[in-house]
Structure formats: C-alpha cells, structure tokens
Design a binder for this molecule. Structure first.
Ligand code: FAD
Length: 141
C-alpha cells in the first residue's frame, strides 16, 4: 500500500550547504532500496519534505528523520493513502531554491517566503506540485 507523507521542520542554525548535500547523498543511497521517493525543499532555514512509498517504509523513515538532531520543530503536514506517486522519478529531488519565484510563493501565502507553518498542508502540497510542473526540482535522481 502506497502512502504520501509531508512534513516541515526548522534546520539548526549551524546547518550548512555541506550538511544539505550529505542529507541528499544519504537519501539517494538509502531511499531506492526501500522504495521511497520524494522531494526536499530547503529555504530560509526551513525544510519541507514529501516522502512517498510503502506505508511501513515511509513511517520508519519519518520516525528516523524526526529524531535527526540537524533539525527541530518537525510538524506533520499531511499523511494519505495514495493510488500512485507524484514524484516517482526522484530518490530525493531537491527544490532549487535559487529558482523559487516570489510570485509563486505569493500565490499561495501572505508573504513571498516559504513558511509551511503558516499555511495548510494542502497549500504546501500545491506549491510543491507547481514547483514540479515548473521544473524547479533538480537531482539527485
Ligand atoms: P548514519 O548516517 O550513520 O547516522 C547515524 C545517526 O547519526 C543518525 O541518528 C543520524 O541522524 C545522525 N547523524 C548523521 N549525520 C549527522 C550530522 N551531520 N549531524 C548530527 N547527526 C548526524 N535519510 C534518508 O535515508 N532518506 C531521506 O529522505 C532523508 N531525508 C532527510 C531530510 C532531513 C531534513 C534530514 C534532517 C535528514 C534526512 N535523512 C534522510 C537522514 C536521516 O534523518 C538519518 O540521518 C539517516 O537516514 C540515517 O542514516 P544511517 O542509518 O545510515 O545512519
């Protein structure tokens, strides 16, 4: 059974580009054998991640990620059973923040900042889907 989970969290102030790269490398090596796909967005110290895959695999990964000391304030935004994946092509796609269009953020929120704590899970998912449609999501595959 497939599920899709989305959460947000605040990165520790010490988290650097090297840390982000390490997280993406780890995702690329560990997600495929577990059948997990998804996207990770990092902007203004906030993570927004969508995980898709089998219910057990996604639940186990979410619990592991939530306990990771590199971030805090992990908040579950949505969890649903799904018939098909939206992000089947990414072991963990990365949203290219340099290409985030302020108008796109304004379309879904009060200010042109990524703030999943201030909007519904449905809105955050709509934003991620639009990023996918505008090809703002990049590798690793
Ligand atoms: P190791 O990598 O050996 O880690 C062992 C322990 O050390 C873990 O508790 C780990 O959290 C901690 N750790 C590792 N590196 C650091 C560090 N630099 N600073 C502090 N503690 C550290 N993992 C995935 O497999 N797939 C994902 O999609 C994924 N997404 C993530 C998204 C975010 C926002 C974050 C913060 C982490 C993500 N991770 C992901 C990493 C995940 O939280 C675990 O660290 C990883 O899965 C554990 O891998 P491992 O079992 O090989 O242990």
């Amino acid at each position: 059974m497939l599920v899709r989970l989305m959460y947000a969290s605040r990165a520790l102030a010490t988290v650097s580009q090297d840390d982000l790269n390490a997280i993406l490398r780890k995702s690329k090596s560990k997600n495929p054998p577990n059948g997990v796909t998804g996207v990770l967005c990092f902007s203004d110290g906030l993570f927004l991640q969508v995980l898709e895959g089998g219910r057990s695999a996604v639940s186990a990964l979410y619990n592991r990620i939530a306990a990771d000391p590199r971030h805090t304030d992990v908040i579950l935004l949505s969890f649903e059973e799904i018939g098909e994946r939206r992000f089947p092509h990414w072991s963990m796609g990365q949203v290219n923040v340099t290409r985030l269009n302020p108008a796109l953020l304004l379309k879904y929120s009060e200010t042109a900042e990524l703030n999943p704590y201030a909007v519904s899970g449905r809105v955050s998912m709509a934003l991620v889907e639009e990023l996918l449609a505008t090809a703002a999501i990049v590798g690793p595959a």
